[in-house]
Each structure stands twice: as C-alpha cells, then as structure tokens.
Design a protein around this ligand. Sequence first.
Ligand code: SF4
Length: 299
Amino acid sequence: MNKEKIDILKKEKNTVILAHYYVDESIQKIADYVGDSFYLAQVATKLEEKNIIVAGVYFMGESVKILNPEKNIYLVNPKADCPMAHMVNINTIEEMRNKYNDLAVVCYINSTAEIKSHSDICVTSANAVKIVRKLPEKNIFFIPDGNLAKYIEKLVPEKNIIANNGFCPIHNRVSARAVNNLKMKYKDAKVLAHPECKKEVLDIADYIGSTSGIIKKVGTCNLNEFIIVTEIGIKYELLKNYPNKRFYFLDSMICEDMKLLELKDLLKTMEKGGNEVFVSEEVIEKAKKPLKRMLKLGE
Ligand code: SF4
C-alpha cells in the first residue's frame, strides 16, 4: 500500500528517491536509484525532477546539494548523521597546511560539506588509490578515515600519507578474530571487505573494495559463498542480483544512523515536505571544486 501511495506522490510532486545500500530494504525497494554515496551524487546531476529525496545520512544529502544547487534536496531523517564525517576539524587541516609546503588535503566523500570546502580533492573508497597516485603533491593529508588512509599508504608507497585518526565505528569495531571465526564456520567462503575496516581485517581479506566493488566482485567470481565485511544493508542488493549465492555477515555490522531511516518518515517527507538540506552558497562554491576535481581525475 505504501508503495502505491509513494508512486503516486512521486509523480504528483515531481520527486525522485535516491537510496544508499545501507538503508533498510523497505526503502531500497521503493527507491528509483540505489547505490553508494558517489553514485547517488553523480546520478542526481542527470535527473530531470526538481525534488530529490536522499535516503542516506546527512553528508550524502549535502553532497547531492553541492553538485545540484538548483534542486530541492530532502532527507528522510536529518538526525541520521555519519559520526566519521565529523572526525576532523578545520584547525587540524590548517595546521597540516602550515607544516608542509607540498601538501594535498584529500577528503573522503564521507565528510561534512564544510570539511570538503577546505580540501583540495575528494575521493571515494572506489577511486581513492587511483586519484592519490595521480596527484602531483608528495605529502597527502588523508581525512577523515584513518583506516582507508593506511590502506592507500600500502598501495601507494611513493607518497607520504599522513593519516587522520577518524574511523567508521561500524567497520572499525570488527576484529580479525571475528572474521576468522566466520571463516572457520564457512570454509569455502571468500572474504570481501570494505577498506574502512582495520588493517588486521584487510590483511585476511581475499578482496578489498567499495560497496559497489564488492557487489561487482560477487558477480564476476565463480564461487558461491562470501563473507561480506561491510554494513549488512548491502545484503538486499546482493540477494536481488545473485539469489543463488550465499552471503554471511557479522552481526555487529549495523550502522545505527542508517537504520534511523524508516519508510513512514519517507512517506511523511513526501506528503508534507520538510527536512530540506541547506548549504550556504559560499560552502557550495568551495566544496564543489574538490568534488568536481574528483569526477575529472577519477575518470
Ligand atoms: S556505515 Fe560508517 S561510514 Fe557509513 S554512514 Fe554509518 S558510520 Fe558513517
């Protein structure tokens, strides 16, 4: 019933729904586009609808707004925020700029609009290695995720990677021991892990990649069983695409913020409006540059 109502409202209100892989499957099912944060920001630039509902955490709404300032962007629940997005501050960035002449501030897309506006380039977990390799600067201050920074450091040894000490609480809480316990239980399963995990987990993974990368990897791999070391919401997309394969998850990998989004709130936003994302013109102008530079260098 909700689905029919939402379909009618979408037409009436000239609205499109974008959802992240980590939100509840009831929302993924009715979304027009489902993907990672980069895909959602990118796809939004190609849409005709004037109103966009972003079913994701706060920074995702901001990224869509920065790349589409002329559109109205709404969140399902503005209280859903990513803790990692706030784990670096402007002072730390400025201190680092004063310390190194030859420095690029590389900002993971999981960050606030304000932090993006003080950065030289944005990256996603899918294109970070490729982009860092291409940068002319020797010193890279990678913010806010320290685990992703250390993963890049290993693959791009020619750069001096300075890792910020932020982390995703959901990926960071996983231990190698917990993954090894699953490996012992499911002996034929391959371990696919997100680079926001700690090094000890990445060291025992068979494949490391972004959420989109993990989904693609399952599709190109002729094996049937996988231990997926990322947020459990991705299970819906995996089972939809590969119903005959089996996926095992760690029970602890639930993002409490992503789970604050409920279908009833989405319906309410569509019916009554509210929850609109506002970013100042100044921040949009400044944050657009590192995001657009990413789109160019990431090609
Ligand atoms: S899973 Fe981690 S990085 Fe993603 S929104 Fe939740 S806290 Fe942030």
